[in-house]
Design a protein around this ligand. Structure first.
Ligand SMILES: O=C(O)CCC(=O)C(=O)O
Ligand SMILES: [Fe+2]
Length: 347
C-alpha cells in the first residue's frame, strides 16, 4: 500500500526503533570486506544493524584477522589448559587485584541462580603500567596482566590477537553507530581505553544426562557492547530465539560469532538485542573457545542514545557507568569475588 505521508516515508530512526526479535532458526553471516575498505559502508552497517535488532547475533567473515593467528591462539590455549593444575593455580585470578589470570572449573558461574559452569578459563585485558593515571588512582580493573611462566609464546601471541580484536571491535562499533543514525565516530571517545577482556575457555565434554545445574556455560547475556567469539570445530553454543527455543550456533570456518551485550542494548534502548545464550558440550570431545568481550571505558556513561528515544519510546533504562555494570556482573558470577571484598586491593 502506498504511504502518502512523507514523514512516514522517511521515518526517523526512533520511529522504527523497537527491536524486532524473531523466532530465528539460523544466525545471519555478514561479509565485512566492504567495511574494511570503507569504515562507514552503509549497506554493510545496515545488514549488521538488522542482525543486531532481530537476532542479536551474527557471524562475520572476511573480518581481516589472519587465520594463522587464530589457529596459534587455539594451539596455545590447548597447551595452557594442559599444564598441571598447580601451575595454572599459581596465576589464579583471585591473586590479581585486577581480575587477570586463570580460573578453574566452577569458578565463573554465568547463571549463578541455576548453574555451576563446567569450564576453566584465562583472562587478560589492557596491560597498564603502575604510572598509568587510572592505575595510580586505583580505578578497579586497571593494571597489569599475569602470564604463565612455562609458555614464552603465550604473551606476545595473545597481545597480538588482543590488538586485532580491539581493532575489529572498533570497526563494528563504527558500523553500529551508522546503523543507529549516529556519526560514525560517536563511540570513539567512549571506547578509547576500553574494559576489553580476552578470555580463553576450555569445556570438558559432558556425558550422559546433562543436568541443568551443570552446563558448560549457563544461560546469560554478555555484559558489554559486543563480544567477538572464536570457537573451535566442536560446537555447543546455543542461542534463545523469541519463541524461547534454543538454536545452535555451530562453528563456521573462517568466521567469528559477534553478539550484542547489555551495554549496547541499554545504549540503544533495546533496539539492539542482548540475546540469551549458553554452552553445552555433549560432543564427547574437549571444546575450546576464545571470546573477546568489548566493554566501554570504565567511566563511559551508558545512557539512551540521542537517536534511540522519542515521545512514544522513552528511555527504558537509567544511565549507568560502564565499569560499575561490569563490576556488578563479575561480583555476581565469580565465586572468588563473593568471598573477598571486591576490588579493595585496587584502592
Ligand atoms: O564458549 C562459547 O562459545 C561462549 C562463551 C560465552 O558465552 C561467554 O563466556 O560469555
Ligand atoms: Fe556469553
Amino acid at each position: 500500500m502506498a504511504d502518502l505521508n512523507p514523514a512516514l516515508n522517511a521515518p526517523s530512526l526512533a520511529a522504527g526503533l523497537a527491536g524486532r526479535r524473531i523466532p530465528f532458526e539460523a544466525v545471519p553471516v555478514i561479509d565485512l570486506a566492504p567495511l574494511l575498505a570503507d569504515p562507514a559502508h552503509g549497506a554493510t552497517a545496515a545488514a549488521i544493524g538488522e542482525a543486531c535488532r532481530t537476532v542479536g547475533f551474527l557471524y562475520v567473515r572476511n573480518h581481516g584477522v589472519p587465520q594463522e593467528l587464530v589457529d596459534t591462539v587455539f594451539a596455545l590455549g590447548r597447551r595452557f589448559f594442559d599444564e598441571p593444575l598447580d601451575a595454572k593455580m599459581a596465576i589464579h585470578i583471585a591473586r590479581s587485584p585486577h581480575h587477570r589470570g586463570y580460573f578453574p572449573m566452577f569458578e565463573e558461574n554465568t547463571d549463578p541462580t541455576l548453574t555451576a559452569d563446567l569450564k576453566e578459563g584465562f583472562d587478560m585485558a589492557l596491560d597498564l603500567p603502575p604510572d598509568d593515571p587510572h592505575v595510580k588512582a586505583g580505578v578497579p580493573l586497571h593494571g597489569p596482566n599475569v602470564w604463565p611462566e612455562a609458555l614464552p609464546d603465550f604473551r606476545p601471541t595473545l597481545e597480538r590477537y588482543y590488538g586485532e580484536m580491539r581493532q575489529l571491535a572498533e570497526r563494528l562499533m563504527r558500523a553500529f553507530a551508522v546503523a543507529l543514525d549516529l556519526s560514525p565516530d560517536f563511540f570513539a571517545d567512549k571506547i578509547d581505553k576500553p574494559l576489553a577482556q580476552l578470555r580463553l575457555l576450555h569445556y570438558p565434554p559432558q556425558q550422559g544426562h546433562v543436568e541443568e545445574k551443570t552446563l558448560g556455560c549457563g544461560a546469560h547475556t554478555d555484559y558489554g557492547c559486543l563480544t567477538i567469539l572464536a570457537q573451535d570445530e566442536v560446537g555447543g553454543l546455543q542461542l534463545q530465539n523469541s519463541a524461547g527455543e534454543w538454536i545452535a550456533a555451530p562453528p563456521i570456518p573462517g568466521t567469528f560469532v559477534v553478539n550484542i551485550g547489555d551495554q549496547m542494548a541499554r545504549w540503544s534502548n533495546d533496539a539492539f538485542a542482548a540475546t540469551l545464550h549458553r554452552v553445552i558440550n555433549t560432543s564427547g570431545r574437549e571444546r575450546y573457545s576464545v571470546p573477546f568481550f568489548f566493554d566501554p571505558n570504565f567511566d563511559a556513561l551508558v545512557e539512551c542514545l540521542p537517536s534511540c528515544h522519542s515521545a512514544e519510546q522513552p528511555p527504558l533504562y537509567p544511565p549507568i557507568r560502564a565499569g560499575e555494570h561490569l563490576l556488578n556482573r563479575f561480583n555476581a558470577t565469580f565465586a572468588y569475588r563473593k568471598t573477598t571484598e571486591s576490588d579493595t586491593p585496587d584502592h
